[in-house]
Design a binder for this molecule. Structure first.
Ligand code: ADE
Length: 253
């Protein structure tokens, strides 16, 4: 049976997934708790990604080496970069770049040395499946979040976007920095701190990878009014619902 690795960026998301895995067993490797079990009949290993590129790459490597997962999906939040990518929207990555990789003048800016590329692709089918599941969930956003939460966070017709996600070891919280990133990588829809690293590891192992991120902020000075509440009441619920819908759709594929 195929084994699906689920990396969650946040404790709340992982807790929501584990609540759906009736038989999970904890296995600790490299100081990380990996939860091995089943969700909706699929063999799953769920784990907290940890924050930043190196920590997430280590977590991914253990999932691939020790737990032999043959599909890897990542859920978390990200800062919106593209125009029209609003708080409460969902971005499904179709590719990843490390925005803080710069070995110039030895290699072009953003290129990962010895890979001959800056961009690592998400798996096309997996991304399409996650985007479809995301659309199904967002079409019923009020049902998943409650009308009160939608109103409190002023979420109006949330949308799913597909495109480039950029990663770096920095939480982007100033307009100056997000503008500089937009200038350097104009196609970027969202910025976070892990995706491109996990994509590189999955590229090395030739394992399909895709990531879905709820936009929690606009990566600017206007910090979100209540980040923790947003994670609890919006992002965690979206991730759980999207993954659950994806697993349901997979079964009927
Ligand atoms: N994750 C969520 N928001 C982010 C931001 N603004 N920068 C980096 N990672 C993020």
């Amino acid at each position: 049976m195929a084994v699906i690795g689920i990396m969650s960026a946040m404790h709340e998301e992982l807790a929501a997934v584990l609540a759906r895995m009736p038989d999970e067993q904890r296995v600790t490797v490299a100081g990380r708790d990996f939860w091995v079990g089943h969700w909706q009949g699929h063999a799953v290993v769920a784990v907290l990604s940890r924050i930043g590129k190196v920590a997430a790459a280590t977590t991914a490597t253990v999932l691939l080496e020790r737990f032999q997962v043959d599909t890897l999906v990542f859920t978390g939040v990200a800062g919106g970069m593209g125009s029209g990518v609003r708080v409460g929207d969902v971005v499904v990555a179709n590719g990843f770049v490390q925005h803080d990789m710069d070995a110039s003048p030895l290699f072009p800016r953003h290129e990962v040395p010895l890979y001959g590329r800056a961009r690592f692709e998400a798996d096309v089918n997996l991304s399409a499946q996650l985007a479809e599941a995301g659309q199904q969930v967002l079409a019923k956003a009020a049902q998943h979040l409650g009308a009160g939460t939608l109103a409190d966070f002023q979420l109006d017709s949330p949308r799913v976007h597909q495109g480039l996600v950029i990663s770096g070891d920095r939480f982007v919280a100033t307009s100056t920095e997000s503008q500089a990133l937009r200038l350097a990588l104009p196609d970027a829809l969202a910025v976070e701190m892990e995706g491109a690293a996990v994509a590189q590891v999955c590229h090395d192992y030739a394992v399909p990878f895709a990531a879905v991120r709820t936009i929690s902020d606009r990566a600017d000075d206007a910090a979100h009014t209540d980040f923790n509440r947003f994670i609890r009441e919006v992002a965690s619920r979206y991730s759980l619902a999207i993954l659950s819908q994806w697993l349901t759709n997979r079964r009927s594929d």
